[in-house]
Write a protein that binds this ligand. Structure first.
Ligand SMILES: NC(=O)C1=CN([C@@H]2O[C@H](COP(=O)(O)OP(=O)(O)OC[C@H]3O[C@@H](n4cnc5c(N)ncnc54)[C@H](OP(=O)(O)O)[C@@H]3O)[C@@H](O)[C@H]2O)C=CC1
Ligand SMILES: CC(=O)[C@@H](O)[C@H](O)COP(=O)(O)O
Ligand SMILES: [Mn+2]
Length: 399
């Protein structure tokens, strides 16, 4: 029996449709064609996959950031109704299309900031995967969202978990939240082990298959640091209200504790399609046939303290949140450069924290940054981080 949905079709822009979150979002859309329409797809350089996706989903627009690839995409889609655009400026402006309901931000890094700002200003609800946007400019984004009556719907699994725990609790203050961390592939290891780890080792996440940048962030615990800052802004929390606990099985996706001491957790198998579907379908929970969690397959769920002495990045992120202003923007830019350096064997695993710490010490701080200040801080920090890496004695390890 075909059940006609009571919900109107939501038109969605997927920024970063060719990545890990982007492709899983398209799977969710393909499973729910009566609810969702992929109206805009954007990619950075993966023209082949963008073309394949456009042929399958027939979006109104396909945007390729790398302008040198415009001809290839245009030619391949010339017999379709999809309009092809090129360049980052087009990504920044396409998000304001009047027919869009939701902009899902699945680009990696600082590049997510300006398109998100424009989408919020245009009144579009944001399904937010790109955590770097809130890390860099959480105060600006959340105040714009309030001003334009825009929902920030978390896609990140931990924040989706907290968002789900908070449903129906609007009157109840949060005492604290507890973000769970898998601990990554190097959980339990010491600094002497970390000194020699390779990118291949770091790219093996124990529970999730994700893009390279976030996978390295998970290995260094910077991902959890970024998530602490993301949570502060999404849920309007003080630093003292945010805890991190290592939970190697990634089944409890995070918890909220209320003022009566009661705790709510959201659990499930590690599968990003659930938080993506929840964000796109919100407030509806859409029926699906995703694999269900079975306690007998996980007889032991464990929790342990995070080792911030060895994994310095998590401590640095807390410090950046405490300093506030443009400090999280400095940390984000330094980390993006450091991760790119680690992925190209130009900086060691532990060297990444060194680069971040140096940038935190050397880049001038600004208490109440404007958008122009964030853009400038990002630029300056990248230059410094690159110079620091160039001066480091590190030689590539056997990968
Ligand atoms: N993967 C996951 O499970 C999770 C991811 N996130 C967050 O979601 C975001 C995306 O992560 P993930 O999907 O893993 O990343 P991927 O690296 O898999 O994908 C990134 C996407 O962004 C595009 N892109 C990269 N750089 C730029 C740029 N400079 N300008 C425009 N587009 C760009 C890529 O295009 P192209 O393919 O053409 O290079 C690709 O479509 C990150 O912020 C991450 O922290 C959060 C929680 C979970
Ligand atoms: C799927 C997701 O949300 C990732 O951010 C994930 O949480 C990474 O795992 P870590 O807990 O190892 O950082
Ligand atoms: Mn996460």
């Amino acid at each position: 029996m075909h059940i006609v949905s009571n919900f109107p079709v939501k038109h969605i822009a997927i920024l970063g449709s060719t990545g890990s979150i982007g492709t899983q979002t398209l799977e969710v859309i393909a499973e729910n064609p009566e609810r969702f329409k992929a109206h805009v797809l954007t990619a950075h350089r993966n023209a082949d996959l963008l073309i394949e996706q456009a042929l399958k989903f027939a979006p109104a627009y396909a945007v390729i950031c790398d302008e040198s690839l415009y001809g290839q995409v245009k030619e391949a889609l010339s017999h379709t109704k999809t309009q092809v655009l090129a360049g980052y400026d087009e990504v920044k402006s396409i998000v304001t299309l009047p027919e869009l309901d939701i902009v899902l931000t699945a680009m990696v890094g600082f590049a997510g900031l300006e398109p998100t700002i424009n989408a919020v200003k245009a009144g579009k609800d944001i399904a937010l995967a790109n955590k770097e946007t809130l890390v860099v400019a959480g105060e600006l984004i959340t105040s714009l969202a309030k001003q334009h009556n825009v929902k920030l719907l978390p896609v990140d699994s931990e924040h989706s978990a907290i968002f789900q725990c908070l449903a129906g609790e609007e009157q109840n203050p949060i005492e604290k939240i507890i973000l769970t961390a898998s601990g990554g592939p190097f959980r339990g290891k010491d600094s002497s082990f970390l000194e020699t780890v390779t990118r291949h080792q770091a790219l093996k996440h124990p529970n999730w298959v994700m893009g390279a940048k976030i996978t390295i962030d998970s290995a260094s615990l910077m991902n959890k640091g970024l998530e602490v800052i993301e949570a502060k802004w999404l849920f309007d929390l003080q630093l003292e209200q945010i805890e991190v606990i290592v939970h190697p099985q990634s089944i409890v996706h995070s918890l909220v504790q209320f003022q009566d001491g009661s705790m709510k957790a959201q659990m499930g198998l590690p599968d990003m399609k659930l938080p993506i579907q929840y964000a796109l379908g919100y407030p509806e929970r859409i029926k699906n046939n995703y694999k269900r969690f079975d306690f007998t397959a996980y007889p032991t769920l464990t929790f342990e303290k995070a080792d911030t002495g060895t994994f310095r990045n998590l401590a640095l992120a807390f410090e950046a949140l405490k300093t506030a202003g443009n400090m999280p923007c400095i940390v984000n830019a330094a980390n993006e450069v450091a991760v790119a350096g680690f992925l190209t064997d130009s900086v060691s695993f532990l060297g990444m924290s060194h680069v971040i710490e140096q940038c935190m010490q050397q880049i001038p701080t600004i208490k109440q940054p404007s958008l122009a200040d964030y853009l400038n801080t990002d630029k300056e920090t990248r230059i410094l981080a690159q110079n620091l890496i160039a001066q480091m004695p590190f030689k590539a390890l056997s990968v």
